[in-house]
Every structure is written in structure tokens, then in C-alpha cells.
Ligand binder design. Structure first.
Ligand code: MHO
Length: 211
């Protein structure tokens, strides 16, 4: 279920975290993802009591396969409510950096993006603080809509936050990533033919749709 290589973390808020989870989960170089609440001060936020927190995704990535710049590009291009209108804090555009390099790259990329769009962007860049994982039912939300799949793969609530396989399938099922990548990795992931063909069909049905 997991891939044991050195990794870095990236944390972004860009709208409802279900969509981000799917978007990043199927990018090559992304090892695992989890969704949660961060950026605010309330202790132990919950979905129904978020306080000043934002819905965010925490990505673990292999910097040899995907760069922080690549992740930032996906960030800029996939906001649920755009980059210019203020939305409530729950869905704000937020980059939480994990080190000075990330801070620097985020600042440069914000400037470039604002220039390219010729607009003032509302994105906030801040240091990553405490990340509170969201409730189990929010993790790998798209995958969890297929109970039989969850069962056949032996996915537990804990694995929803740590499993490489869960992250990949959660994206592929809604048509994210490349089908050829899926074909290449389906064997490595140890998927049965039944599961592979189901994922393939879902990918084709959902490709290019909303996440
Ligand atoms: N529009 C979504 C928001 C959920 S997301 C976890 C809904 O159906 O409630 O904020």
C-alpha cells in the first residue's frame, strides 16, 4: 500500500478538499495525500466547527519525480472559486510552506501568476503550522463512494491517509492523471483484472469532468 522513499510535504488550500485530493493523488511523483484543516488557531477543528481554519490538502511527494514548481502550477490552475474573488476562509486560496525554499518559490510563482493574468490575486502564503486531519469520511472521498472497492483493497480509515494505492485510485477514478500511467502502474499496484477494468472504465467516463 505504501512507497518507502524520502519525501517532502506540500500543503495547499484551493476549495473543497475532495477535489484537491483527487487532483494531486494521481500525479506521478505524489506518494500519498491526506485532507484536513490548517492555517487557523482553533484547537481541534472539525468539519462542522472549523473556526478560522481552511480546508487543505497535505501532499507527500518525491522531489526526484515531481517538483514543488510542478505542484504550484497545479495549484494555480485548479482553484474551485478562482483566484480573484474572496471566498470564506474555509475555501480560501492558501499556500502553507514547509521550508524557506518553498516560501521563496511560492512568492516568486505568485508574482509571476499575477503578472501573467494581469490581476491581483488573493492567495495567502504562510508557514505550515498544525495540520488537523479531517474526519475519516472526507479522506479519499471519491474512492470511498465505491464501498466494494474499499473492501476488496482492504482499505482501513488509517490507510485512507497513508496508502499510495488509495491516493492513486482516488484520482484515476474521477479521470485525473494519464490512463497510460495507470496501465503502467496497475500491475505494480497489484490490482486484479476486475479492479483494473473498473478503474479504466471510470477514468474514461470522467476524464475532463469536474473533480
Ligand atoms: N459542496 C460540497 C462541499 C464539501 S467539501 C468537503 C458538499 O457537497 O458539501 O467542503
Amino acid at each position: 500500500h505504501d512507497v518507502d522513499v524520502p519525501f517532502k510535504k506540500a500543503t495547499f488550500g484551493m476549495g473543497c478538499f475532495w477535489a484537491c485530493d483527487a487532483l494531486f493523488g494521481a500525479q506521478s511523483g505524489v506518494l500519498r495525500t491526506r485532507v484536513g484543516y490548517s492555517g487557523g488557531t482553533l484547537i481541534d477543528p472539525q468539519y462542522r466547527k472549523l473556526g478560522d481554519h481552511t480546508e487543505v490538502i497535505e501532499i507527500h511527494y518525491d522531489p526526484k519525480q515531481i517538483t514543488y514548481e510542478d505542484l504550484l502550477q497545479l495549484f494555480w490552475n485548479n482553484h474551485e472559486y478562482g483566484l480573484t474573488t474572496c471566498v470564506k476562509k474555509q475555501y480560501m486560496s492558501l499556500i502553507l510552506y514547509h521550508d524557506e525554499d518553498q516560501k521563496h518559490m511560492a512568492e516568486i510563482s505568485l508574482k509571476k501568476e499575477a503578472h501573467r493574468r494581469n490581476e491581483q490575486l488573493i492567495t495567502t502564503i504562510a508557514p505550515a503550522g498544525i495540520f488537523y486531519p479531517a474526519e475519516d469520511y472526507h479522506q479519499k472521498y471519491r474512492l470511498q463512494q465505491h464501498a466494494w472497492l474499499v473492501q476488496e483493497l482492504g482499505l482501513t480509515p488509517e490507510l485512507f491517509q497513508t496508502s499510495h494505492l488509495a491516493a492513486r485510485l482516488n484520482g484515476y477514478l474521477v479521470g485525473v492523471g494519464k490512463l497510460e500511467d495507470f496501465e503502467k502502474e496497475s500491475e505494480k499496484l497489484g490490482l486484479s483484472e476486475k479492479i483494473s477494468s473498473f478503474v479504466r472504465t471510470q477514468w474514461k467516463q470522467n476524464e475532463g469532468g469536474s473533480l
